[in-house]
Design a protein around this ligand. Structure first.
Ligand code: ATP
Ligand code: FE
Length: 353
């Protein structure tokens, strides 16, 4: 089965071709991502209208590049998969409209994919992980624990009640005058810093369950920064290093402890702990999570970064799995700005049959 996947739910326009023959390992034949970073840079965040227009302009180009990269004409594909939500509605619509046009023009079947299912099923694409496993999705827009029990069976065990960790990294970088995206700059600045110098809070650790909070942590960094600025007239390089190290340590501590709880909350023993999302690139966090997995005797799976962040290969693959499980969509497939993964309504992936 060869699948063309389309992704346009946030600020990356993606198209990819993924093939899986029978039970053999899936192959990524092409994976095109056209980013929009420069477009939004001046605004300090993604501007939905600009994103939607850029997706509309670039989606056809991405599709053509993906087919060229795979060395296939559209007729060489068996299925079209597209992110149908959740995300910024203008972008999702661009992808869904394009996919419907391609399906109508070629007669190929169409499957609408939940973007979060794309992330959650990625460890099966990269490592052939069997069910069930625990997925920690940590990105600029999301933070949640999902018990992945089947192609369309996800149980949300907890998540952030305010900011996503990536958002917190980005805000902390801004507070300290470091470059965006904040994650890599904070991680680099933290090297050699003393994580114990500032006693940053570990939000919600005193409460049971797997929910997380990151907005207080960001405020704590702001207060510590302001304290230093008023006491000594500015920040020294060592101060920035200590602030970054302390913040990164607090985020990693909280995520590690909540992951430990999520692993024990899974109804059946998870085959592995898997991570996805841009924040999963963080070395300190990765090491901490690997320790947690090892302590409970489960595997640890961290797919390559290119497949952890938004991409269409994961959508093509999730579409392939959904199709094999019997899901089909028609021309009435709609774009859904909100689409909780553990929505047990008949429509789990796409609108079902
Ligand atoms: P989503 O995919 O949830 O809609 P997004 O597109 O913002 O959100 P990603 O592209 O998965 O998310 O990840 C980007 C985020 O990851 C940014 O907030 C960035 O700061 C963070 N990030 C990237 N590298 C690191 C790192 N080394 N440490 C911490 N955070 C990082
Ligand atoms: Fe995403």
């Amino acid at each position: 089965l060869t699948v063309l996947g389309l992704e346009s739910s946030c600020d990356d326009t993606g198209a990819a071709v993924v093939r899986q023959s029978g039970q053999s390992a899936p192959e990524i034949l092409s994976n095109v991502v056209i980013g929009q970073a420069e477009l939004h840079a001046a605004f300090g965040g993604v501007v939905p209208e600009l994103a939607a227009r850029a997706h509309a302009e670039k989606i056809d180009i991405a599709v053509q590049q993906a087919l060229d990269g795979a060395g296939l004409p559209l007729s060489g594909v068996d299925l079209i998969a597209v992110t149908a939500g959740p995300g910024l509605i203008g972008g999702v619509l661009s992808g869904v409209m394009c996919a419907k046009g391609l399906a109508a023009g070629s007669g190929l079947p169409l499957v609408g994919v939940n973007h979060l299912a794309g992330h959650a099923l990625t460890p099966r694409l990269t490592d052939g992980l069997g069910f069930p496993y625990l997925m920690l999705l940590v990105s600029g827009g999301h933070c949640q624990f999902l018990s992945v029990e089947g192609v369309d069976r996800f149980t949300r065990l907890g998540g952030t009640i305010d900011d996503a960790p990536g958002e917190a990294f980005d805000k902390v970088a801004r507070l300290l005058g470091l470059a965006q995206p904040g994650g890599p700059s904070v991680e680099a600045a933290a090297r050699g810093g003393d994580p114990a110098r500032f006693a940053f809070p570990r939000p919600l650790l005193d409460r049971p369950g797997c929910d997380l909070s990151f907005s207080g942590l960001k405020t704590a960094v702001l207060r510590a920064r302001d304290g230093l600025v008023s006491a000594q007239g500015g920040l020294r390089t060592a101060d920035v290093a200590d602030l970054c190290a302390g913040f990164q340590d607090a985020v990693s501590d909280v995520l590690a402890e909540k992951t430990r709880r999520a692993l024990s909350a899974c109804s059946s023993r998870p085959a592995a702990l898997a991570v996805a999302g841009g924040v999963a690139a963080n070395g300190v966090l990765r090491a901490r999570l690997a320790q947690v997995a090892q302590a409970v005797g489960t595997g640890f799976c961290a797919p390559p970064l290119k497949l952890c962040t938004d991409n269409a290969a994961m959508i093509a693959f999730a579409g392939l799995e959904a199709y094999r499980a019997g899901h089909r969509d028609g021309m009435d497939l709609s774009a859904r700005p909100r689409w909780p993964l553990d929505d047990r309504a008949p429509a789990l992936l796409g609108s079902g049959r």
